[in-house]
Design a protein around this ligand. Sequence first.
Ligand code: GLN
Length: 484
Amino acid sequence: MLHTLSIGELAAKLAGREISSVEITRHFLARIERLNGRLNAVITLTAEQALAAAAQADRRLAAGERGKLLGIPLIHKDIFCTDGVRTSCGSRMLDNFVAPYDATVVERLKAAGAVMLGKANMDEFAMGSSNETSYYGPVKNPWDETKVPGGSSGGSAAAVAARLAPFSTGTDTGGSIRQPAALTGVTGIKPTYGRVSRYGMIAFASSLDQAGVFAVSAADAAAALEAMSGFDPRDSTSVDTPVPDYSAGLDAPLKGLKIGLLREFFEGLEARNQALIEAALAVYTGLGAETVEVSLPHLPLSVPTYYVVAPAECSSNLSRFDGVRFGYRCDSPRDLTDLYERSRGEGFGAEVKRRIMTGTYVLSAGYFDAYYLKAQKVRRLITDDFKAAFARADLVLCPTTPTPAFGIGAKVDDPVTMYLNDIYTIGANLAGLPAMSLPCGFIDGLPMGLQLIGPHFAEQRLLNAAHQYQQATDWHRHGPHGFV
Ligand code: GLN
C-alpha cells in the first residue's frame, strides 16, 4: 500500500534502499491508469519521462545523495509550463501548446529529484470554483463522483485525495488551492504573494496569482513548499528573502499562540459548519492556544472587489492569445480581424469570455475610476483590516468554504452563486497573505476544511499550527472509499 505512505515515509524507504523510485513511480502510474477514468483528474500522463526521471533519482540515491523529495512522484497543475509536454491550462486555446521551457516551480521540483507523473485537469485558465469549466470536462470528487472537487485546481486536489500521487502543485488566485483542498479532504497551502515564482505559470490575474501545493498532511506540504519557494530574478514580484526549513518548525509547541476569530466570518455560517470550526478551536485551546476576537469590517466587500480586479487583469493577460503566435487558430480566416475574432471566439470557453468582457468593461475609459480604481481602494482597506487583525492575533482561523462539495451542474448556470463560494478565501489573495486549508471533519459524508490565514511570510507558523492540529486529530488520514 505504497500510496498510503507519507512523503517522509517514502523518503525513508528510498534512503534505506528498501524500495526504488522506479517502483514507487510504477505504483502510482498504475493507479492513475486504473482509477483516473472515474475522476478525470489527470489530463496528460507522462509515464515514459516519469520512469526516466525515477531511474535518474535512483542513481542519485545510489550515489549517496538524500533529499526530502528525491524520487517522490507528483502531478503538476496544467497551468505550469513543462518543457516538451503539452501545457493546456484547461483550454482549447492551448490544447496544442507544447511548452518550450519549464516554469520555475517545475524546474525547482525537478532539481530536488521529484518525479512528474503527469498534468492535472483544471478550470479553464484557472477561472472557476468547481472544475467544471475545463475544455477536458469536469473533474469528479473521489468522495462522491456526482459532486465537484472544487476549483480551479480540482484535478490536483482530487489526484491527492485519491492518492494518485503523494503531492501535487496548484495555484490560488482567489481560493483555488484552499477551496478544492477543503472539498476533497486534503491539505493545501497558498503561500505569501511573491514567495513562489510565477515564471512559467500561465497568468490569470498577476497581482493575485500564487503557486502552492496539495498533500495529505501539513508535514508533507512543508517539504514540497520548501523546494518550490525562493527568489527568482525572472519574476519581478518574487521576494528576495531566505526560505526557512519549513519541516524543522513543525514541532514547535503552540502554547500562547493567539488565534484570531473573525466576527464577519461567523455571521450566517451554517450550524454544522460552525460546529466543526468550534471543535477545531477546542483542539487548539487544548494545545495551549488562546483566542482573540478580530474584525475585518471591509471583508464583506472582498467578493465584488475580487470580481473587478481579477477579470480586469485577466482581460489584459489573455489578450496574448490571438491565434497568431501560439495556441488555437481558426480554420481558413478571411482576414486578420476574422482570424482574431474566430480564434478567440472558438478557443475560449464561456466563463473565460465572461471574465474578459467584464474586465474589458471595468477598464474602459469612463468606467475605470468607478470600478477598477474603486476596487483597488477597497483592496487597500481590506489589506489594512488584516494588518490591524494581525497586530492582535498570530493567525486567523475560519472556515474554508460555506458548504461541502455540491453536485456537478448544480451552479453552472448561475455565475454569481458560483462566485460566492469564494467568500472565505478571496480576502487572503487581495491582501497577498499566506493561507491554508486542512481537513476538519465531514458534513453528510463529505469533507470540510478549516482555514488558517497568517501575516505575510508566516508560512512556517501556519504549517506548524496545521501540523500540531494533525498530530491531535486524524481527519487528514481519512480517504475516499474505493480509492484508499
Ligand atoms: N474561484 C475563483 C475564480 O473563479 C478563484 C480562482 C482561482 O483561485 N484561480 O476566479
